[in-house]
Design a protein around this ligand. Structure first.
Ligand code: SF4
Length: 317
């Protein structure tokens, strides 16, 4: 059994809005072992990105715990967090908006090393060239600007930047959803190769289950700020248990046909508003299995099999 790298428990985040308090993440629990890929799946707006940003230390949580290699990071001051920041890095959905348009690639990649005072000028330049080569970019292009690259190349720059500090955990937030299908496979293969080569662990955020299927060792499904199902890849694909997961699976692209059923063809109704107080199971208005207890209490995660937890009243407590 490999070492536990990340332990998240009871993580919460709410934002004040003009219409009331918006609960983005409502008590999330998950773990990640070293070298593992955990996919975080769910519709847009379910809180996946906020959870990822809290784990990366970019958004402070309101409550809960984030432990990296056993050390509590939630609630640490900016200064106390500094030595831990290099260990957790993010790759973003839109590489163009996340790259400084006025900086050359050399500058973008060198900057994390400068901020964390790593290496001499010469060592940093050699590391930039080495990393560009590793992600499939020509080091001679280091003097060019982000707009001079294609979308796939820009995502390679984003990946290289995330790797410059030799992180242990990378949070990939929809890293291929803005790319053409042909480029997606190249980027996913690159991420898989880098994981093997550098012993990386990934928290892979995606609304697209076909992407999740490609990479994940385990899958967590999120709905309206809560994790509703968490399980190993095989169990997840063969026996999804939560009615929401089952609906997402039914909405996957059909293999070999190129056809795609949209969520709305499978899931009836909209996700409820995350603003204001709620009661009972958040999924019940869309759930074809809802019964009386679903309106009363919020189901917590409970074991549905080995390494498989489901938050649903259909699973015996
Ligand atoms: Fe459906 Fe009830 Fe399970 Fe919620 S708790 S998913 S409403 S059966």
């Amino acid at each position: 059994m490999t070492e536990m790298l990340l332990e998240v428990s009871g993580l919460k985040k709410a934002f004040k809005t003009g219409g009331g308090v918006l609960t983005a993440v409502d008590g999330a629990d998950l773990t990640l072992r070293r070298g593992e890929t955990l996919a975080l799946a769910g519709e847009s707006g379910c809180g996946k990105s906020t959870l990822g940003r809290m784990i990366a230390g970019l958004t402070p949580p309101d409550a809960g715990s984030v432990k990296l290699s056993g050390t509590e990071l939630a609630g640490l001051s900016h200064r106390a967090l500094r030595p831990w920041r290099p260990k957790v890095q993010m790759i973003f959905q839109d590489p163009f908006s996340s790259l400084n348009p006025r900086a050359t690639v050399a500058r973008i990649l060198e900057e994390p090393l400068i901020v964390h005072r790593r290496g001499s000028v010469g060592e940093r330049r050699r590391e930039v060239a080495r990393m560009m080569e590793r992600v499939g970019l020509r080091p001679e292009a280091a003097g060019r600007y982000p707009h001079e690259f294609s979308g796939g190349q820009r995502q390679r720059i984003g990946i290289a930047r995330a790797l410059m500090l030799r992180p242990e955990l990378i949070i990939c937030d929809e890293p291929v959803s803005a790319l053409d299908v042909s480029v997606r496979a190249q980027i996913l293969n690159l991420l898989a190769d880098l994981q093997k080569e550098m012993g990386l662990s990934y928290l892979f955020i995606s609304h697209d289950l076909s992407v999740v299927q490609h990479l994940a060792d385990r899958v967590a499904v999120m709905y309206l700020g809560k994790i509703v199902e968490l399980g190993g890849r095989d169990r997840f694909w063969t026996a999804p248990s939560h009615p929401y997961t089952q609906a997402l699976m039914a909405a996957r692209p059909l293999p070999g046909t190129g056809q795609r059923l949209r969520d709305k063809d499978i899931l009836e109704g909209e996700m409820p508003s995350p603003i204001g107080p709620r009661q009972g199971c958040d999924f019940r208005a869309r759930c074809r299995c809802a019964f009386a207890p679903c309106a009363g209490t919020v189901p917590g995660l409970r074991p549905a099999g080995p390494g498989h937890d489901v938050a649903c009243h259909l699973v015996p407590g």
